[in-house]
Design a binder for this molecule. Structure first.
Ligand SMILES: Cc1cc2nc3c(=O)[nH]c(=O)nc-3n(C[C@H](O)[C@H](O)[C@H](O)COP(=O)(O)O)c2cc1C
Length: 170
């Protein structure tokens, strides 16, 4: 292995873009996290920082940039949902990773029990109480207590090295 180590100590030579590329070595699934703002507007964004935390109690986490226009809505919302995208939902991921005014226009979704949007065709829906948040660096980590969930079989959408991948079934 021929790797040269770079300092991430916060000095002038630290390259955040390169650090992001390094983190991109970790392949993830892709989710869209959704909620309803206080004014009733549906809010959502593409998110691959999702992770499971605890089985009992059932807890999950994801992190949101402090620069996100969606931040205010998620800080105030009592509930949110994680929608895990299937391999055929690349267009949804692209749509929800932009700052469009109404990302939900023309999108198939239903409202969960607390009114949070659940995207049609997702592999998995996790409806969560917005339980705890931790401010850490330039992101906020949200911990959700899963209230109910649904899932189906199917291939996931995968993100790796800054691009989307389809699993070949191996
Ligand atoms: C595959 C993928 C994963 C992403 N994961 C996150 C994430 O975990 N947290 C985050 O804050 N932004 C993430 N983003 C970026 C947001 O989706 C993007 O900034 C979006 O515009 C945020 O919505 P907003 O501008 O309406 O707040 C991701 C983007 C992509 C394409």
């Amino acid at each position: 292995m021929n790797q040269s180590f770079k300092s991430a100590g916060g000095g002038a030579d630290f390259d955040a873009r390169d650090f992001r590329n390094a983190l991109g070595s970790f392949a993830t699934g892709v989710t869209v996290v959704t909620t309803v703002a206080r004014d009733g507007k549906n809010v959502g964004l593409t998110c691959n920082s999702f992770s499971s935390v605890s089985l009992s109690p059932p807890l999950i986490l994801w992190s949101l940039s402090l620069h996100s226009p969606s931040l205010h809505a998620f800080l105030q919302a009592p509930f949110f949902a994680v929608n895990v995208l299937g391999a055929d939902q690349l267009a949804l991921s692209q749509r929800f990773s932009t700052s469009l005014a109404n990302k939900f226009e023309g999108i198939e979704f239903t409202a969960g029990e607390e009114g949070v949007p659940l995207l049609g065709g997702a592999l998995c829906h996790l409806e969560c109480r917005n339980e705890t948040r931790h401010y850490s660096g330039d992101h906020v980590i949200f911990i959700g207590h899963v209230l109910r969930y649904a899932y189906r079989d199917g291939a996931p959408l995968v993100f790796w090295g800054g691009r989307y991948l389809q699993l070949d079934g191996c």
